[in-house]
Write a protein that binds this ligand. Structure first.
Ligand code: ADP
Length: 662
């Protein structure tokens, strides 16, 4: 076995490899970019080498820098993780040429599976079923159109160098083929520098089922059963499970044997995944699954296989790479129970899954019954430089229903403040009826995407808690800084305060009425909710709302308040006075009050010419003075307020018109 390895990766996979290496007594070397100087994988490793700027192209993708780091630290082997250089044959070659061990297959095996067309041809020869279609050299549009007619519509155009769903186009009608071909080729050219495509029969209701394979240097190859990765969004996996629901022993052996044949055909060594697509228009059937591609590396979703097979795949990788034979034979491998993995991302499902960034001011994972593979810790930032994965949550139980219940529970117990996450989306997906019934398919998320991604509106109970937080009631009840909180209340000269709560998709006004130190009424337009707070020395507070007791965790940040309540995350943002002023003025034509307040000074009159940056109105709100300025040159067209006026939030204070307009 090796005594020291270098991990040519970052984030959760680097952390995951380091953990196994440490358990095996292997010393570890991390590499890091400028953006990762203080990252978790660096802290976990025995030593770490800086390899350049944040841009991956100049750090994590630099073959030379990584090999130099291994030589400098006298590491004997390099584990590439997934992504980055993990499927780069030239890198594997360069590692070997430097006298180091590449923890993965041979460069020749990587090359054999590198292009989808060549891989499909190879698999056909090895007797592995492939998706019907054309995967030859001919690329003329007329010729491809004939092929598509022969295959029968709908068809799927795929870039032969493709990955990550890029360069893929579904075509339903012959007349659309030419335009889609052009688009796919353009996309492929810019993403992979290779515009060659193949055409496949498009399966209407498929499932993505993949087989984990493993080979060693002695010609042994086994499979470690299947994973169902049918829950996908834009061809990216979201929740994976093992085994696959509805799988029969007959189909499992057929798929397992085909995958082992695929691995043997390229003398495969190490961990690999053979991806199949199963046509389930008539249910799962051993004669309707087809090879799609082989990933010659460890897969993101490998933990579900580890859970049901009871093995550590990274340990197997290291053993095999150091020259040991496979730890188990096919007969020694069995399936135990059921496992799910969910990928928790910093992204906003309600805005088309836009990647999000931010500092994780609070981060909690379930403590029992779940495996967490995280690449970040509380206080770390999700930056725009890399994949916004926060963590993978893996659960394992004796049967599917129990595992699924654990998945939902684990997701609900996960708390992230400081960025937007897909947690609510994952929770809803974990309860989606077709999925719960064991009928996933690759179109499931898209069909149901509106319900799965609708903005979670806070319910009245969550609103009531947030209102009390904003009114200072929790601080008052906790007894910390009584002068400050009481002062804030006394400012209003009574025991009630108006509060406006802002959340994604709207805002609500209410009054918080203090009945006693720990007893409040929160009055909305249509109803009043009694709330009772209980003493507690932890962040998790016990509350009674409308006669029902539960727990709430409250985190105040500079941008607002985040509540974890009833398994949901609710964020209420505070309008930044200055941001609000800028935003209000940025509209250009109208100057708008960012919050309710008193107009103290009006510095202009109707007809005045004003210059960009000039002060127009001074407001007083919440005991602070706020100057609203012009964001561009113009003429004051109309003035809607005078000094001493009270204004409401979003009221138009004055309107401008461009100087040259009449
Ligand atoms: P990539 O390498 O870009 O990820 P894949 O060939 O692995 O592309 O396919 C990605 C996903 O696209 C699959 O998991 C499946 O959901 C869908 N897909 C691929 N081929 C077909 C097909 N022939 N018919 C229907 N869907 C397909």
């Amino acid at each position: 076995m090796f005594s020291k390895i270098l991990i040519a990766n970052r984030g959760e996979i680097a952390c995951r490899v380091i953990r196994t290496a440490r358990r095996l007594g292997i010393r570890t070397v991390a590499v890091y970019s400028d953006a990762d100087r203080d990252a978790l994988h660096v802290a976990l490793a025995g030593e770490a080498i800086h390899i350049g700027p944040a841009a991956a192209g100049e750090s994590y993708l630099s073959k030379e820098k990584i090999i130099a780091a291994a030589q400098r630290t006298r590491a004997e082997a390099i584990h590439p993780g997934y992504g980055f250089l993990s499927e780069n044959a030239e890198f594997a070659e360069a590692v070997e040429a430097a006298g180091l061990v590449f923890v993965g297959p041979s460069p020749a095996s990587i090359r054999a599976m590198g292009l989808k067309d060549a891989a499909k041809a190879l698999m056909e020869r090895a007797g592995v079923p492939v998706v019907p279609g054309y995967h030859g050299d001919g690329q003329e549009p007329g010729f491809l159109a004939e092929q598509a007619d022969g295959i029968g519509f709908p068809v799927l155009i795929k870039a032969r160098a493709g990955g990550g769903g890029k360069g893929m186009r579904r075509v339903d009608r012959p007349e659309d083929l030419e335009a889609s071909l052009e688009a796919a080729k353009r996309e492929a050219k810019s993403a992979f520098g290779d515009d060659a495509v193949l055409i496949e029969k498009y399966l209407i209701k498929p499932r993505h089922i993949e087989i984990q394979v493993f080979g060693d240097s002695y010609g042994n190859a086994v499979h470690l059963f299947e994973r169902d990765c049918s829950l996908q969004r834009r061809h990216q996996k979201v929740i994976e499970e093992a085994p696959a629901p509805g799988m029969t022993e007959e189909m499992r052996s057929a798929m397992g044997e085909a995958a082992v044949r695929a691995a043997r055909a390229i003398d495969y060594r190490g961990a690999g995944t053979v991806e199949f697509i199963a046509d389930i228009s008539d249910g799962l059937s051993p004669d309707r699954f087809f090879f799609m591609e082989m990933n010659t590396r460890l897969q993101v979703e490998h933990p579900v296989t580890e859970a049901i097979a009871g093995v550590d795949l990274v340990e197997w990788q290291l053993r095999v790479a150091s020259g040991e034979p496979l730890p188990k034979t096919q007969d020694e491998l069995t399936i135990n129970g059921w496992a799910f993995e969910a990928r928790i991302y910093a992204e906003d499902p309600s805005r088309g899954f836009l990647p999000a960034t931010g500092t994780l001011s609070h981060l909690r994972f379930p403590e029992d019954d779940a495996r967490i593979d995280a690449g970040v810790r509380e206080g770390d930032s999700i930056t725009p430089h890399y994949d916004p994965l926060i963590a993978k949550l893996t659960v394992h139980a004796p049967d599917r229903a129990a595992a699924l219940a654990r998945l939902t529970q684990g997701l609900k117990q996960t708390q992230v403040a400081g960025t937007t996450t897909n947690l609510d989306f994952l929770i809803r997906l974990s309860r989606q009826p077709d999925f719960v019934a064991g009928h996933p398919d690759t179109g499931l998320i898209d069909r149901d995407v509106e319900a799965l991604t609708a903005t979670q509106q806070p319910d009245d109970a969550a609103l009531a808690i947030a209102a009390i937080v904003e009114a200072g009631g929790f601080r008052r009840a906790a007894g910390s800084d009584p002068w400050l909180s009481l002062g804030a209340w006394q400012l209003w000269g009574e025991t009630s305060r108006p509060v406006t709560l802002h959340f994604a998709g709207g805002h609500r006004n209410c009054w918080v009425i203090a009945k006693a130190e720990t007893i409040f009424n929160v009055a909305f337009d249509d109803r009043t909710i009694p709330v009772h707070l209980f003493e507690s020395d932890t962040v998790s507070r016990r509350v009674e709302i409308d006669g029902r007791q539960s727990h709430v965790d409250i985190f105040e940040t500079s941008s607002g308040v985040t509540l974890f309540f009833d398994g949901h995350t609710h964020h209420f943002h505070r309008l930044d006075l200055l941001d609000g002023a800028e935003e209000a003025a940025a509209g250009g034509d109208r100057v708008i009050a960012p919050m309710p307040g008193l107009v103290k000074i009006v510095r202009v009159r109707e007809g005045d010419a004003v210059a960009k940056g000039q002060a127009l109105v001074v407001m007083e709100a919440m005991k602070m003075e706020l100057t609203l300025t012009a964001t561009r040159d113009g003429i004051v067209e109309s003035l809607h307020v005078g000094e001493g006026d009270q204004t409401s939030e979003s009221a138009v204070l004055l309107s401008l018109r461009p100087e040259d307009a009449v």
